[in-house]
Design a protein. Structure first.
Length: 116
């Protein structure tokens, strides 16, 4: 586990040098057991399958966009789907990227009461 501010532009695993690294939240302890079950070809529940898909999509974003993907997904209410939408847009500067992230956070704050 590493902090966002300490990351380089290209993200690699310290042990195996892989670039396929998922972004997980600090309290997400289930992801490791889900990955182990998936590796052993065990049956996943629907909730576990959803978490696995989210982690896989997040890892794909990190592999292609690197530090920008992690910065985007570190924002409150911004998951892999929203991060993909933000990263698809062409941004001219880092300030423009932060502006798009801020817009997504505001949208989350505005609409979160209506979810579930």
């Amino acid at each position: 586990m590493r902090a966002v501010k300490t990351l380089s532009e290209v993200i690699r695993c310290l042990k195996c040098r892989s670039t396929l690294i998922a972004v997980a939240y600090h309290g997400d302890n289930e992801l490791l057991t889900i990955a182990t079950k998936k590796k052993n070809n065990a049956k996943l529940t629907l909730e576990e399958e959803d978490q696995w898909r989210r982690a896989w999509r997040s890892a794909g974003l990190v592999q292609t966009a690197g530090r920008k993907a992690i910065l985007t997904m570190a924002a409150r209410g911004v998951g892999p789907a929203t991060a993909a939408r933000i990263l698809r847009q062409y941004v001219h500067s880092e300030a423009e990227l932060y502006s798009e992230i801020l817009k997504a956070e505001r949208e989350y704050q505005r609409t979160r009461l209506f979810w579930d």
